[in-house]
Ligand binder design. Structure first.
Ligand code: PLP
Length: 405
């Protein structure tokens, strides 16, 4: 019955419907064309596929398991909640899935240096790790505010041999880090490659990063079938740029009976500047080289955004998410800071898993949804990362709730 969704999206020019594309300055046209061409070749090359399989299995720790969250399910009372354990990846989050592949691509192109932005520091740590493994230089741009908040990851990047460059303008978070990294990349696109940290940026990155992350979904589909003998009824992931969500959604897009929920951070509330719920409150616009849905201020510029999860406070979103939402295939959920912290503690105390604050947004939404469903229904949550990076911040700002015992 024709080609699969993944094979037919995006189109040749990197469009998902009207979203995506490549809006870049002329100096970057050639480097991006080079990346596009290399990816087209590598994608079907047995050497590339085998090298990626090898590092995933023997270095990264894949496949990551799917765990039944028995106690959390009992606590919520309703649908059965399962977790895809991306927290168990080497470096503690899903990011290494695309970083290892991006660095293999960089090596193939003869690049000497990888450059990237990072929000919570997870992409920076993953890229610094991949660069160390494959012997490339690594430069990471990070907002000053995030540098202060995510101190352990900054130290990790430095220990791994990366250079960490603070972004000191504007709100000093993720968006400014992207601006800063792009500026540096434009200076030397011959020897460097920009390794984008999510399903964002100009074509071919949204497609490439999705393809690299789709391992999450394809593994989870098989593992879930082994456990339950069927497809999950609901799949949930948090959405910042949207890579962990696209990773798990990828395997289920053609299964129309599976509900796909991307959960956005509602932060402190609905006022512009207090959240990063782009798909919910945004409008069409071009930022960072691609057309998508974005949060704009009164002047049409990217609006200030906020979330307790440093990895999900981005004023745009991967173009494929914009497309899938507008086409009705995916649904958008919301979770505010307090709900995320509650889920952070609940998962820790009920399951012995400390989730990243970003991932806690998906868990919180799963808890709300589970209560509305019968116990014959199932939910598969992508637990995108572990929360070690967040423990100091949480304990200083939110007291530990009374333990169960
Ligand atoms: C970076 C990060 C995210 C957000 O990125 P996406 O591209 O939206 O997946 C979510 N969870 C964790 C643990 C992260 O490190």
């Amino acid at each position: 019955m024709g080609t699969s969704y993944l094979e037919s999206h995006p189109d040749e020019n990197g469009y998902f419907g009207k979203f995506g594309g490549s809006y870049i300055p002329p100096v970057l046209e050639e480097p991006f064309a080079e990346i596009n061409k290399a990816y087209k070749e590598l994608k079907n090359s047995p050497e590339f596929i085998n090298e990626l399989k090898y590092v995933r299995k023997h270095y990264q720790g894949r496949p990551t398991p799917v765990s039944f969250a028995k106690n959390l399910t009992e606590y919520c009372g309703g649908a059965k909640i399962y977790l895809k354990r991306e927290d168990l990846n080497h470096t503690g989050a899903h990011k290494l899935n695309h970083c290892m592949a991006e660095v293999i691509l960089a090596k193939h192109l003869g690049k000497k240096r990888v450059i990237a932005e990072t929000g919570a520091g997870q992409h920076g740590v993953a890229l610094a790790t991949a660069a160390a493994y494959f012997g490339l230089e690594c430069e990471i741009h990070m907002g000053e505010v995030d540098i202060a908040k995510e101190h352990p990851n900054v130290v990790r990047m430095k220990i791994l041999g990366a250079r960490v460059v603070p972004a000191t303008h504007g709100l000093k978070t993720l968006k400014e880090a992207v601006d800063s990294a792009f500026e540096e990349y434009i200076k030397d696109p011959i020897n460097s490659i920009y390794c984008i940290g999510s399903v964002v940026g100009p074509h071919p990155f949204p497609m490439m990063v999705r393809d690299f992350q789709s391992v999450i979904g394809f593994e989870a589909k098989e593992q879930f079938d082994e456990l339950e003998g069927k497809l999950p009824d609901n799949v949930i992931a948090c959405v910042g740029g949207g890579s962990n969500a696209m990773g798990i959604f990828s395997a289920f897009i053609d299964d129309s009976e599976v509900n796909l929920y991307g959960v956005e951070p509602l932060g402190r509330g609905e006022t512009l500047g207090d959240h990063a719920a782009t798909l919910t409150y945004g409008e069409e616009g071009v930022m960072h080289g691609f057309n998508s849905i974005m949060l704009k201020d009164a002047n049409g510029e990217p609006a200030p955004v906020y979330s307790i999860g440093s990895g999900i406070d981005y004023p745009s979103v991967g173009p494929e998410h914009a497309y899938l939402k507008e086409s009705g295939r995916t649904k958008v959920g919301l979770c505010n800071d307090d709900e995320a912290v509650d889920a952070f503690y609940k998962l820790s105390q009920l399951e012995g898993i400390i989730p990243a604050l970003e991932s806690a947004h998906a868990v919180a939404f799963a808890m709300k949804l589970a209560k509305t469903l019968g116990n014959d229904k199932t939910i598969l949550v992508n637990l995108s990362g572990r929360g070690d990076k967040d423990i100091d911040f949480v304990i200083e700002n939110y007291p530990v709730p009374h333990a169960k015992f």
